[in-house]
Structures are given as structure tokens and as C-alpha cells.
Design a protein around this ligand. Structure first.
Ligand SMILES: [Ca+2]
Ligand SMILES: [Ca+2]
Ligand SMILES: [Ca+2]
Length: 204
């Protein structure tokens, strides 16, 4: 299967030095179509200062899976806290049925972490962070998974070696249980040749 995934250019900054990239990956490759209302975030980070939103261009993903299924919705790679323990990403399930995330992986090329069994419901969005306690103190709500160690017993842990999202540029891939690239993102100086991505890196 082929797919085209659009990284829309909605983004918000939670702090002056912090960048959270929020992108909706739409089925239709319209260059600047606004996101459907149903996909507008309902969880909003609590800003500690205001800064100018960054608008992303719309490169095309070449991920192999049905584009209207399970997608990367946001990536928080340049965070507010020193040493960035609250790096995070958000996924959305746009499928009409639940997806079992067991064995699915997230990687930046250096670190790869694996989801435990989890029934990802249609329309659901989940936040996945390196450190749940820091994430919650910043955003005001608990993430669904953490991958940098068990900082919070109430938040499910992923296994593997934690990715670190380089602020100067990096790559992120979501792989299903058969190791197929489901979605990907490349920003700033990241390697745009990675599977699942085509076009220029985003520069929020
Ligand atoms: Ca935990
Ligand atoms: Ca990295
Ligand atoms: Ca980072």
C-alpha cells in the first residue's frame, strides 16, 4: 500500500524555549487544508509563556500503512525542562476499529521502545513520554505511557532503549508489530532518507 500523509502546520509553543510540533496527518494531500474539527486537540498544554506559533510545511510521508489509521499527531522534541525528560509524542487512531499496540515500536534511529498490550480505541489519542512525572507537572494531565524508566507507577511503561529527540534535527518512526513503518517524521537537520518520509524536513 502507499499513502500520502500530510503534516499540517498547526503547532504551538508551550514555552519560549520549548517547541511542540502538532501535526495532523490527513488522508487528502491538500497543501493547506485546515484540520477537520474532529481532530482538533482537546488536550492543550498549559503555556508558561507565549510565543509565536510555528507553521509547518507539508511534506509527504510515504508510510506503508493505510493513512487513515494510526498516526503521529504531535511530537514534543524541544522541551521546557532542562535535559528534556518530558520529551513526548502523541498518537491518534483514526481507524474505525481498535488497534492492539502490543509489539508496536517507536524509534529515533538510536533508541527504540516497544508498546505493551493496549487496545487503542477509534478516535482515541494517547500521549507517550520519556518521564511521566515531569510531563504531568508541565501539562497538567497524565500521559498514557512512559519510556525513560518507571517514574510513575500509574503510567504504563514501555520497554527498550529510550529515544532522544535531538533539537537540532532527528527522525521519528512508528512501526507496527510486523516492523512496517506506519508513520514517520523528520525535522530540522534530520535524515530525510528514512523510510516513511519524503520531502524536506519540517522546520518549525
Ligand atoms: Ca510507569
Ligand atoms: Ca535521536
Ligand atoms: Ca530534545
Amino acid at each position: 500500500m502507499s499513502s500520502k500523509t500530510e503534516w499540517l502546520r498547526r503547532a504551538s509553543l508551550v514555552a519560549a524555549a520549548a517547541v511542540i510540533v502538532t501535526f495532523s496527518l490527513a488522508y487528502q494531500p491538500a497543501a493547506h487544508a485546515p484540520p477537520p474539527a474532529a481532530r482538533k486537540p482537546t488536550k492543550t498544554p498549559v503555556p508558561t509563556s507565549t510565543s509565536t506559533p510555528t507553521f509547518l510545511p507539508s511534506p509527504t510521508s510515504t508510510a506503508s500503512q493505510d493513512p487513515a489509521s494510526l498516526l503521529i499527531y504531535a511530537l514534543y522534541y524541544d522541551t521546557y525542562t532542562s535535559n528534556e525528560p518530558e520529551e513526548a509524542f502523541e498518537l491518534i487512531n483514526l481507524d474505525s476499529s481498535a488497534v492492539d499496540l502490543s509489539g508496536w515500536q517507536a524509534t529515533d534511529g538510536e533508541g527504540t521502545v516497544t508498546f505493551p498490550s493496549f487496545s487503542f480505541q477509534p478516535g482515541q489519542r494517547i500521549w507517550v513520554t520519556k518521564t511521566a512525572t515531569t510531563f504531568r507537572s508541565e501539562f497538567g494531565f497524565s500521559p498514557d505511557f512512559e519510556y525513560g524508566g518507571n517514574s510513575d507507577a500509574s503510567v504504563a511503561d514501555m520497554t527498550g532503549t529510550a529515544p532522544t529527540f535531538a533539537n537540532s534535527g532527528d527522525e521519528f518512526q512508528l512501526l507496527d508489530a510486523s516492523n512496517a513503518v506506519v508513520d514517520a517524521g523528520v525535522w530540522r537537520g534530520g535524515d530525510t532518507a528514512r523510510a516513511g518520509w519524503s520531502g524536506a524536513a519540517i522546520n518549525p
